[in-house]
Design a protein around this ligand. Structure first.
Ligand code: HEC
Length: 262
């Protein structure tokens, strides 16, 4: 076999190898046949990214008025709402809308009381079986970390919430009580479309379109999943600045030391 042929064989194998890695492997690992979420321009992205607090606050309202009847938010305490700009009284007012079971009291009885700032967000169901029983057997997952836990992240939350279709495309058979949504694995989901235009009324006058509420919800769930993001980024900058100053100092010292030796 001459060198040219060997080389051609080698290149052929290499091309097959690269094509497999680039196109076949990712397909196999993609979440079933679900559509890839469209990536959006979020304000929190990039090294200078910040939380969009007005949007996060609107998302909180959407969560309370719409999603909280099915989804829990176990990792967030009412006290954490101070971080997104609610005053003490506003956060207390949010907490007091929910009842928690406390106790036992002096007689050994459990009792209900309004939630306090130190309580975690109250879950709509006391256990998974109750949640499933109320949702035709499907489990509405806790939303605290969904924006981090799902591979599509915040873009998935946005795409899913805006992606409901009234009817499945021709040839697709929907299961009982299922809704068509191309972004969910299997393209059908047992959550009915939760948001419609004007599902909530925003006090800041922002028109409550499905896209706007989904945007705000995604910003809110990004914050619940990574509340320490702003601190992390500003710490990163301090470290970089420190290292730059340190480098300059060491360089000056080095020059001075060697100047004497020459
Ligand atoms: C009537 C109950 C109900 C309401 C209200 C509701 N959901 Fe759901 N949700 C569910 C159920 C049930 C599932 C699980 C669906 C499945 O497994 O097919 C689900 C699934 C989801 C998922 C997908 C989770 C995953 O693992 O991919 C997200 C995200 C979600 N809901 C967000 C929301 C948001 C945001 C709201 C409020 C705007 C909301 N839901 C309102 C019942 C509800």
């Amino acid at each position: 076999m001459n060198i040219g042929k060997k080389f051609a064989n080698f290149t052929g194998v290499l091309v097959i190898y690269i094509v497999t890695i680039l196109f076949v492997v990712p397909q196999a690992f993609a979440a079933g046949d679900a559509k890839k979420p469209e990536s959006q321009d979020w304000e929190f992205q990039g090294v200078f990214g910040k939380f969009d607090k007005p949007s996060i606050k609107r998302g909180l309202q959407v969560y309370i008025e719409v999603c909280s009847s099915c989804h829990s938010l176990d990792q967030v305490a009412y006290r954490n709402l101070l971080d997104i700009g609610l005053t003490d009284d506003e956060a207390k007012a949010v907490a007091e809308e929910f009842e928690v079971t406390d106790g036992p009291d002096g007689e050994g009885e459990m009792f209900e009381r309004p939630a306090r700032l130190s309580d975690k967000f109250v879950a709509p169901f006391s256990n998974e079986n109750a949640a499933r029983a109320a949702n035709n057997g499907a489990y509405p997952p806790d939303l605290s970390l969904i924006a981090k836990a799902h591979p599509g992240g915040v873009d998935y939350v946005y795409s899913l919430l805006t992606g409901f279709k009234d009817e499945a495309p021709e040839g697709v058979e929907l299961g009982e009580d299922m809704s068509y949504n191309p972004y969910f694995p299997g393209k059908q989901i047992s959550m009915a479309q939760p948001l419609y235009d004007d599902s909530v009324e925003y006090p800041d006058g922002t028109p409550a379109t499905v896209a706007q509420m989904s945007w705000d919800m995604a910003n809110f769930l990004h914050w619940t999943a990574e509340p320490e993001m702003e601190q992390r980024k500003s710490m990163g900058w301090k470290v970089v600045l420190f290292l730059l100053v340190l480098t300059a100092l060491l360089y000056a010292v080095k020059r001075q030391t060697w100047a004497k030796l020459h």
